[in-house]
Write a protein that binds this ligand. Structure first.
Ligand code: FMN
Length: 347
């Protein structure tokens, strides 16, 4: 269970530092979010450098992907993995804008853009426009990074697109090291409500579909499935593993550990707990030396809960977790996940 992508800017510098120190102390990893590696991400914890459509940290002047700049960011020692973001559950198919007024010299330097200019994160990628192109970019990023694990994150939309990517993997013999499946339930500091409420495939269906499609194309053994979508408790992790995930990420669980009280002020720069604001008078209320321990403890206690469920379920290794272990109420009846989500047999 790791810290899911949340950028510096959507979270305060103190929040990012506390997450990173917590990750270091607890031995889990911390995703930078799409706005690149900030100094606050470099407090000692392992990082996943996320590259979104704005290519922050590896952005050419025309807004496209710059391989040389990527090489420099990817070489930061704390960066252990790299994730290309196609979409996220809270706002699939929706980009973002950094207004000129917010683009001060500190933020511009972190993102690798010109200060005091408006900077777009388009809805889609400029660096490729086909499944083959995606896989070529992943291969070249892996090479440029000196062989760090490379994967992509998405919220499933059109199922045929995901199948097309799997087919392209077979055709080109190019594969990502991992695929991160984000449920439509995902959160963000800024998404149009119509996107958060209605767009994307819900977590369980998306995870099952991705795992089974990888099995169908005999790709599952080579690609780790990472997942996120309201994973908060030990049972959520148990359920995710039973459905076929290999790694879980949590964004809002980690925010709660930092002291988030769900004041719903993220987009107003007024977060009273100093978690999701850059207002200095609020940010200083988040005491890094205290909060990193909460992050470590939360992750640690959640894993203990997961392990407490693991042996009573008759499991000795992660491979024993399967869909027969989980039941769900459907129309007042208890139905087993293996009957709801029938799976492809691995070839
Ligand atoms: C404040 C905030 C900022 C986020 N920023 C990013 C981001 O930069 N890139 C990304 O892929 N996902 C981002 N996400 C989505 C999360 O990484 C995660 O995929 C999603 O919220 C589901 O996890 P959760 O239910 O544990 O929050 C953000 C979420 C939150 C709450």
């Amino acid at each position: 269970m790791n810290v899911s992508a949340m950028s510096h800017g959507s979270l305060s510098e103190n929040a990012i530092s506390a997450l990173n120190l917590g990750a270091q102390a607890g031995g889990f990893h911390h995703s930078t979010g799409e706005r690149s590696v900030s100094p606050f991400h470099q407090s000692g914890g392992d990082l996943v450098y996320q590259v979104g459509t704005g290519y922050f940290g590896c952005r050419a002047n025309d807004g496209n992907f710059d391989p040389e700049k990527f090489k420099i960011t990817a070489a930061i020692p704390a960066v252990k993995m790299i994730e290309l973001k196609l979409s996220q559950g809270a706002k699939p198919g929706h980009g973002g804008i950094l207004p000129a007024a917010k683009n001060n010299s500190e933020i511009a330097a972190i993102r690798g853009v010109n200060p005091h200019t408006e900077v777009d994160s388009p809805a889609g990628h400029e660096a490729f426009n086909s499944p083959q192109g995606l896989l070529e970019l992943i291969d070249s990023m892996r090479e440029l990074s000196g062989g760090k694990p490379l994967g992509f994150k998405l919220c499933i939309g059109d199922k045929y697109e995901f199948e097309d990517i799997c087919k392209a993997m077979i055709l080109t013999e190019r594969k990502p090291d991992f695929i991160a499946i984000d449920g439509a339930e995902g959160g963000t500091g800024a998404a149009p409500i119509v996107f958060s409420d209605y767009v994307g495939t819900p977590w369980k269906n998306a995870l099952v579909f991705a795992v089974d499609t990888l099995k169908k194309y005999n790709l599952r053994k080579d690609i780790r499935v990472v997942t996120s979508g309201k994973i908060i408790t030990g049972f959520d992790i148990f359920k995710a593993f039973c459905l076929g995930a290999y790694v879980c990420n949590s964004a809002r669980g980690m925010m709660l550990a930092l002291g988030c009280i769900q004041a719903l002020e993220c987009h107003k720069n007024k977060c009273p707990t100093g978690v999701a604001t850059n207002n200095p008078s609020k940010v200083r209320g988040l005491v890094v030396e205290e909060k990193w321990k909460r992050v470590r403890n939360y992750q640690n206690e959640t894993l203990k809960d997961f392990l407490a469920l693991f042996s009573p379920a008759g499991c000795h290794e992660l491979a024993n977790l399967n869909r027969q272990l989980i039941y769900k109420q459907v129309d007042g009846k208890s139905v087993c996940f293996s009957d709801i989500y029938t799976q492809y047999r691995e070839i």
